[in-house]
Design a protein around this ligand. Structure first.
Ligand code: C2O
Length: 565
């Protein structure tokens, strides 16, 4: 333990090196500013954050990784936030203490040796023997809540980990007042991989089975596009009452979140098209898939954005399972309560599987993020023996080294690119009477709007659509879709060439009431899909799905993707 002690000492003194920086300030913008010579006004408009994406990787020698939280400073009274109830603002406090038990005995985690890989199976195809084990382990975990509520391996303690890392009881070490947040950035996949890793080992430990493996909810395959029936048995420890009752089996998953579609065939087609986009065509850099960079001192509510998978299928399932009977969409529909639904871990098992699958898709860009701040970011967990351990992002890149793998399941989405349009749209006709973007923004999309946006180059080009300064109410579930040159107006059909992408937000209670964000959607393949003519503008349609009135979009722009201008 001696060497551990010294590494912790170094960590706790390191932030002082940056004491001149204002806590809470997003230095994504600051850095981009000095890197790219962007003027202050653009930075304020939010361009700074956008330029930061993918352009400053590896350039910030002085930056620091996200440090593990100091458990002794966890605020048991939880986070506060203001929210609007019937138009009146009020302060809301978390009604749970999601702080873990404290001990000062803590050390760096070393991946242990093992003899057999744990094999994660599809929940829809789980063998009866494995289902029995899973239920037995979950029952034991729930039992700990009663017999020893302070046992960090208990059901509620495990659920609270998610709350503690998402809802503000921790400040970042060295940055008082700056939330520690594991969503909306490149630490999303690594954090959740480690979280499930320990959860799985704890379950195995509780039933004395070192090969126990969590199942995955195979929602990316038509065979898995219902809630796994094992979780819908009210006598099972896998059951949770707080779910959308309309979405119990055999309802087909709507990854698009409130597409308005009920036809199962269209839903499945939508889902596959969305999977193709978020795994393949929307991803042109590792950051696109993993999420924006997030370093010590960064404000997680300013220009932080999850990757395509986090924003897409991941958020879609959370919101689809969450219970609309309560205004916070508990359990799955809200970060602070999501871990209370056993299906969370089965969902995240598939989210983690998506990371392993994306890693293997051949691509023209590097998949590895070679950045020490990323690799050295770290978290604290209790292991299956109740030891408090510190884990590093760099140690979770290979699931086989971590002792588990995924059973194969078909990925039909890999071929689900939308059918190309034979005839380009007639822009002149389509845009008749439509306003230009500058007349429409700032925009509160309470209803569908259509407008014209100029293009920097004519026709097919490697460009991206950027929505700037999207300000959201953190307490609301929010979703809107974006279409391009759409003459059909079938907004529920997302498997069409004209669908560009979406903005989504899960409600979460945090210290600040609002978040601000940019959304960048790659257009290169979309232009090919719509077979764009040699036009110097496009018609964009924004379709609100959920709470369009809880978001304000500052501006819109089409930029050449590579130059970032
Ligand atoms: Cu930590 Cu699915 O969220």
């Amino acid at each position: 333990m001696a060497s551990l002690q010294s590494s912790f000492t170094v960590l706790s003194s390191a932030p002082k090196l940056r004491s001149s920086r204002l806590p809470g300030r997003s230095h994504r913008s600051q850095i981009s500013c000095s890197d790219g010579g962007i003027d202050r006004r653009n930075m304020l408009l939010g361009l700074g954050g956008m330029y930061g994406v993918g352009s400053s990787l590896g350039r910030r020698a002085e930056a620091l990784p996200i440090l593990p939280p100091d458990l002794s400073t966890c605020d048991p009274a939880g986070a506060t936030t203001t929210r609007r109830v019937n138009g009146v603002e009020e302060v809301v406090k978390l009604d749970v203490n999601c702080c873990p038990p404290f001990t000062d005995k803590q050390g760096d985690y070393k991946l242990p040796a093992f003899t057999k890989l744990r094999r994660r199976q599809s929940a829809h195809r789980l063998s009866p023997a494995n289902l029995a084990k899973y239920k037995q382990a979950m029952a034991k975990m729930r039992e700990l809540d009663k017999t020893d509520p302070a046992d960090p391996r208990g059901f509620t303690q495990q659920a609270n980990i998610h709350c503690a890392y998402c809802n503000g009881p921790y400040d970042q070490v060295g940055y008082p007042g700056v939330d520690l947040q594991v969503h909306n950035s490149w630490i999303f996949f690594p954090f959740h991989r480690w979280y499930l890793y320990f959860y799985e080992r704890i379950l195995g430990e509780l039933i004395g089975d070192p090969t126990f493996a969590l199942p995955y909810w195979n929602w990316d395959n038509p065979r898995g596009m219902t809630m796994p029936p094992a979780f819908d048995d009210s006598s099972s420890p896998l059951y949770d009452e707080d779910r959308n009752q309309d979405h119990r089996p055999p309802a087909v998953v709507d990854l698009a979140l409130n597409s308005g579609i009920t036809d199962p065939v269209q839903l499945i087609s939508n889902n596959l098209a969305l999977m193709y986009k978020e795994m393949v065509s929307d991803v042109e850099t590792a950051i696109d898939f993993m999420g924006t960079e997030y370093r010590a001192g960064d404000d997680p509510h300013a220009f932080a954005s999850g990757g395509t998978s986090e924003r897409g299928s991941h958020t879609g399932i959370h919101a689809w399972v969450g219970d609309p009977r309560n205004d916070l969409n508990e359990d799955m529909g809200n970060f602070y309560s999501a871990g209370r639904d056993p299906i969370f871990y089965c969902h995240h098992s598939n989210v983690d599987r998506m990371w392993t699958l994306w890693d293997k898709i051949p691509a023209s860009y590097p998949k590895k993020i070679d950045d020490n701040d990323y690799k050295n970011s770290s978290f604290m967990f209790y292991d299956e023996k109740k030891n408090l351990v510190r884990v590093k992002v760099a140690d979770c890149f290979d699931t086989k080294k971590m002792g588990y793998e995924y059973e194969y399941s078909d990925t039909p989405w890999i071929n689900s690119r939308p059918t190309q349009k034979a005839v380009p749209v007639n822009l002149k006709e389509l845009s008749k009477g439509l306003p230009t973007a500058d007349k429409v923004f700032p925009l509160k999309p309470a209803k569908t709007v259509k407008f014209l946006v100029p293009k920097p180059a004519k026709g097919k080009a490697d460009e991206a659509l950027v929505l700037l300064n999207i300000v959201t109410d953190n307490t609301k579930l929010i979703k809107f879709d974006v279409f391009i040159n759409d003459e059909d107006d079938k907004p529920g059909e997302l498997d069409r060439a004209e669908y560009v992408g979406a903005f989504t937000q899960l409600p979460h209670r945090v210290k600040s009431k609002e978040s601000v964000n940019n959304l960048r959607l790659n257009l290169r393949e979309v232009y090919e899909n719509i077979n764009i003519a040699d036009d110097d503008a496009v018609v964009i349609t924004i379709v609100p799905r959920v709470n369009g009135d809880a978001v304000t979009i500052g501006g819109i722009k089409i930029i050449p993707r590579r130059s970032g201008k």
